[in-house]
Write a protein that binds this ligand. Structure first.
Ligand code: ZN
Ligand code: ZN
Length: 98
C-alpha cells in the first residue's frame, strides 16, 4: 500500500470528477465478453451507450437489480448477489436507436 498525501490525491481525483460519474458503475456486457475488464469511458457522463455494440450500458444487474461492485473487484465476472455472469447480461442490453 503506497501512502498518498491528501493533497496529491485531491489533485489526482479533481479532473476525474468533472466528466465522470463514479457511481453507478456501468457495464457493456458485449465488450466484457470480448475482453473481461471495465472500460473507463463507461463512466463518462457523455457516454450514453457502447459505440462498438450500439447497446445501452447496464448500471445494475438486469436479473436482481443489484449494483455492480467496483471494477477492481470484478475477479469472478458475475453479479455478487445473484451470480449472473456479466457475459450473459448482453441479452438484457437494449439497442441504442440511431
Ligand atoms: Zn460494448
Ligand atoms: Zn444480480
Amino acid at each position: 500500500m503506497v501512502e498518498v498525501d491528501a493533497d496529491s490525491l485531491e489533485k489526482m481525483l479533481a479532473p476525474a470528477r468533472v466528466g465522470m460519474n463514479l457511481e453507478p458503475i456501468r457495464l457493456c456486457a458485449a465488450c466484457y465478453a470480448d475482453s473481461p475488464c471495465h472500460k473507463i469511458e463507461w463512466q463518462f457522463k457523455a457516454t450514453k451507450g457502447c459505440d462498438r455494440h450500439k447497446l445501452h450500458l447496464l448500471s445494475e444487474c438486469p436479473n436482481c437489480g443489484g449494483r455492480f461492485k467496483i471494477p477492481a473487484l470484478w475477479i469472478d465476472g458475475h453479479c455478487q448477489r445473484c451470480f449472473m455472469r456479466f457475459t450473459e447480461m448482453v441479452n438484457y442490453q437494449k439497442f441504442v436507436e440511431v
